[in-house]
Design a protein around this ligand. Structure first.
Ligand SMILES: NC(=O)c1ccc[n+]([C@@H]2O[C@H](COP(=O)([O-])OP(=O)(O)OC[C@H]3O[C@@H](n4cnc5c(N)ncnc54)[C@H](O)[C@@H]3O)[C@@H](O)[C@H]2O)c1
Length: 487
């Protein structure tokens, strides 16, 4: 991406409409030659990527990279033993990317590295499989798409539901109107998660972690979390909360089902973090994505249990994680693993058994061989748009104002949301859920997110100047030197 500056990118792509260049790249991979893959980050998800790639014929996991040498040596050691190979090991992804023997790189890192690492990898001429959420800001996602197209490289987002055979079969039926017109889609994932605790002062990273590389473009601030790995999800500098985590999967499913290929015209997210801990991202939320010319998409998530002290989560239409597609003549409920359609009385019409999107990595490898992004089930154009929607919700939340739940009905946003009776019901349900869980909103306040308006084509916020200015500032971030954006 060396010749692509951010300013040029915005001028030449979004303003003009993203006319993708689709010429095959010069770097043709012979049909018979192995594709050499490197996996980056494998404390948890990355392990699945290592086994997924290594199970494919004609694919060789040739290098492994983790900023934590303990994880690197443990996982690489097990892999080498099992496969009787000697993978190259790295703790610094920049060194890995200078290895000319690597064709493709898979990232399963914290969010502040997923998109940034992808940009570095594209700059180094590699194809990329990048876990969701694919980017940390809207700008990062836009740059990823532009760089992939400019360099004619293949980038697949790790939203494997796009390869679920149940969803692939159900969506054309829903879109063909077999259940009548779609009225709205409610996407949700309720999953209990405990508090991450609250440390009394700055922590020292594990001695096995190359912390400068781990931080990468993130600001160097005191480390304030007890558990080093995974809990970054709930801190803004590294993660982007549940909406970009579980929500990324569900919002993507909703957008795919509706066939909507653009950002919404309006967005707002209500909610808060119902724990007083080191996490900063909300863990109980209700979001609306509104389109002037299309159906609304809602997102909802609860990290508190249905009943305090017990394991289960609240369910909607019998499921704790799904998309509920409400149509005039019935509905669909499902997601990863497939789903079913029902008539208006709730009688089963048809089952669409799924497989969890098992062929998603193979789909990426096929595209790498073909040197064409068409046919990718979660091309970066798809992945970055769904992740961008999640970020819009977070931006609304970040610009929100504190309100006790009982006050909320007086705000403009709630009034606007009440126009949709289903959304209004979910709001009442969320308030009841917080009450059951005895959430003290004076200690852990809920926020009424800013009602944001967008020029969806330009992907910028419009509307009241002060809100639009603040919101637009949150579509990008600073990169800590020397981890600056390429180009
Ligand atoms: N598609 C799915 O179903 C799915 C499931 C789980 C997680 N994920 C995604 O996978 C990603 C990773 O999540 P996780 O739960 O495995 O996180 P994790 O914290 O458990 O693991 C992240 C790993 O990345 C390493 N790392 C961090 N920065 C690095 C760098 N610069 N270079 C090399 N290694 C680095 C860490 O040391 C750690 O081992 C996230 O984006 C998450 O949303 C996707």
């Amino acid at each position: 991406m060396s010749k692509l500056t951010r300013r040029k990118f915005v001028k030449t792509t979004f303003a003009a409409g993203l006319a993708a260049s689709i010429l095959p790249t010069d770097r043709a991979i012979g049909a018979n030659s192995d594709i050499r893959v490197a996996v980056v980050g494998f404390n948890s998800r990355g392990k699945g990527l290592i086994s997924g790639f290594s199970a494919l014929p004609g694919v060789r996991v040739a290098a492994l990279c983790d900023a934590d040498s303990a994880i690197l040596n443990r996982v690489a050691g097990e892999f080498d033993k099992k496969t009787r190979t000697k993978t190259q090991r790295y703790t610094d992804v920049r060194k890995l990317l200078s290895n000319k023997d690597i064709d493709a790189v898979a990232f399963a890192t914290p969010v502040h590295w997923n998109g940034y690492g992808t940009l570095l990898a594209l700059d180094a001429g590699k194809d990329v499989y990048v876990e969701k959420p694919v980017c940390h800001t809207l700008q990062e996602g836009q740059l990823m798409l532009a760089a992939a197209r400019k360099k004619k490289l293949i980038v697949q987002a790790g939203t494997q539901n796009r390869s679920d055979i149940g969803m692939i079969a159900a969506i054309p039926d829903i879109r063909a109107g077999k259940l009548g017109k779609i009225e709205f889609i409610h996407s949700y994932w309720n999953k209990p998660r405990g508090s991450i605790g609250k440390v009394s002062g700055p922590q020292t990273p594990p001695s096995t972690v190359n912390y400068d590389v781990y931080l990468g473009p993130a600001p160097k601030k005191p480390l304030m979390r007890k558990r080093f790995h995974y809990d970054w999800h709930w801190q803004w500098d590294f993660g982007a909360g549940e909406v970009c985590n579980l929500g990324n999967h569900q919002i993507d499913l909703a957008r795919w089902t509706a066939g909507i290929d653009r950002l919404p015209d309006q967005v707002f997210m209500f909610g808060g973090r119902a724990y007083d801990d080191d996490g900063r991202t909300p863990n109980t939320v209700l979001t609306a994505f509104l389109y002037n010319d299309n159906i609304p998409i809602f997102w909802e998530s609860r990290n508190l249990p249905a009943v305090p002290g017990k394991k289960g989560s609240d369910a909607v239409k019998g499921k704790t994680a799904a998309i509920y597609v409400k149509c005039e003549g019935g509905y669909f409920v499902g997601g990863r693993g497939g789903g079913s359609t029902y008539d208006t009385s709730g009688k089963l019409i048809k089952k669409y058994p799924g497989d969890g999107g098992r062929s998603h990595i193979a789909n990426f490898i096929e595209a790498v061989r073909r040197r064409k992004h068409e046919g990718l089930r979660a091309d970066i154009a798809v992945g970055r748009l769904s992740t961008a929607m999640c970020h819009l919700a977070n931006i609304s939340y970040k610009l929100g104002k504190v309100a006790a739940p009982e006050d909320n009905c007086y705000t403009k946003q709630i009034e606007a949301a009440r126009v949709n009776p289903f959304f209004a019901k979910r709001w009442e349900s969320m308030k009841a859920h917080l009450k059951i869980n005895k959430v003290d909103t004076t200690k852990t306040p809920m926020l009424i997110g800013a009602p944001l308006q967008l020029d969806a084509k330009k992907e910028i916020f419009t509307g009241p100047d002060d809100i639009a200015r603040k919101a637009n500032a949150l579509t990008r971030k600073e990169y800590r030197a020397p981890f600056t954006l390429p180009g």
